[in-house]
Design a protein around this ligand. Structure first.
Ligand SMILES: *Cc1c(COP(=O)(O)O)cnc(C)c1O
Length: 397
């Protein structure tokens, strides 16, 4: 992978034609370190947040060796790349063949279910294996999540108790899990969920070996900082103490966004400036899906293509590259005045659900990846040998 000091050097030296992922491996080192050292829950990285192999390799190097996979393809990717990885197949609805392959070909032993039907699928396709870890996913409230996920998955309290009792008869290890939604801004969501789950365990009258508190841990964007990650860890750990589980029960979590959001930014080229509108080479069908569809406020800065000094600020409409008229930013964006063709916009903290959501619609979506050494974006993890930049001083040049 090519390496440059900063995105400004990329612009100066290669004037890239396709969007460039600016990869900051030390941001992954920092997030992996936090999850390993400052939180007692074992992190299973949710692969869907960013399946880029350079990101996976940085996580592995940072000591994250457990993975939350949701599909056959993710299971195969992780097993092929990391033969020693611990893989949990955590999609509540799985294809039968995918279950069988995961167990027999890829050595997966951890499976989730939220119905009796899915439990039976897992048991049948693994031949009623004696070495299964079965996790029962419970529906919980998504209070305070930017992207709530309630409704689609998770067993009701009554159903969960019944599934737990049945699963206990077959499972080597039995767990419970939940997912409070993505970018969950209230640590108390975990306290509520864990108290609910504890009551379910008591009513089921089973022993539980594992409590998996899911994903949803936040990252930091341009619209204000979430509570410190330490407050999430403290809330989860205190709630775990009060749960009705075995003395030596394990605590797991499934972070996606929080582990990788800071790992990559995207450097986009302005292809045209027309009457206060900028046409750039990534948009709603690309890595900026969330910026358009979820009105996510990614931090951003402009970089002049010709090295001139940028000053003043101006509100722009911003359009993505495809022919679809909905491929545009929902609000005007403030950027330095006088931007035109050949200038660049860098969107920061796009490492979660950016690359992952990108499509090839209309022939766009090709990108390059390069490594950079700067640290210009707000961070939840402090610095690792780089400058610390707080939200208030986000650079726009
Ligand atoms: C998406 C997902 C995650 C990761 O969510 P983040 O908000 O990125 O942390 C974890 N667990 C499950 C079951 C998921 O679907």
């Amino acid at each position: 992978m090519h390496s440059y000091a900063t995105p400004t050097h990329i612009v100066r030296e290669i004037q890239p034609d396709v969007p460039v992922w600016c990869f900051r491996p030390e941001r992954v080192t920092a997030s992996a370190k936090w999850f390993r050292e400052s939180f007692s829950a074992e992190p299973f990285y949710a692969v869907k947040a960013n399946p880029g192999v350079h990101v996976l390799d940085a996580l592995w190097a940072g000591g994250v060796h457990s993975f939350d996979c949701a599909s056959d393809t993710e299971v195969e990717l992780i097993r092929t790349r990391f033969p020693e990885a611990r893989i949990a197949f955590l999609h509540p609805v799985k294809n039968r063949r995918a279950i069988a392959r995961a167990y027999k070909e890829f050595g997966v032993r951890i499976f989730v279910t939220d119905t009796m039907e899915e439990l039976n699928k897992i048991l049948e396709e693994t031949g009623y294996a004696k070495d299964l870890t079965i996790i029962v996913r419970v529906a919980v409230s998504c209070d305070g999540a930017a992207l709530p996920l309630a409704g689609k998955f998770g067993a009701s309290a009554d159903d969960a108790a019944e599934i737990l009792r049945e699963a206990r008869r077959y499972a080597d290890e039995l767990g419970v899990s939940f997912h409070v939604g993505s970018q969950a801004l209230k640590p108390t969501a975990w306290a509520t969920a864990m108290a609910d789950v504890s009551r379910i365990i008591i009513s089921a009258a089973v022993t539980v070996d594992i409590v998996d508190v899911g994903g949803g841990f936040p990252s930091v964007y341009a619209d204000g900082a979430p509570p410190a990650l330490e407050s999430y860890a403290a809330m989860v750990e205190a709630s775990f103490e009060n749960m009705y589980v075995l003395e030596n029960a394990d605590l797991w979590c499934e972070p996606g966004r929080a582990l990788v959001a800071e790992s990559e930014s995207l450097l986009c080229r302005i292809e045209l400036s027309k009457n206060g509108a900028l046409y750039i080479n990534d948009g709603s069908y690309g890595a900026l899906y969330d910026a358009v569809h979820e009105q996510w406020k990614f931090p951003k800065r402009a970089i002049a293509g010709d090295g001139r000094k940028l000053h003043g600020m101006e509100a722009y409409r911003v359009y993505g590259p495809t022919c679809d008229s909905t491929d545009k930013f929902p609000d005007e964006i403030m950027l330095p005045a006088g931007l035109s063709e050949g200038d660049y916009i860098e969107f920061g903290n796009l490492g979660a659900y950016g690359r992952a959501m990108s499509s090839r619609f209309n022939g766009f979506g090709e990108t390059e990846v390069v490594e950079v050494q700067d640290a210009p974006w707000p961070s939840l993890y402090g610095s690792v040998g780089a400058e610390v930049v707080s939200i208030g001083s986000m650079a726009t040049r």
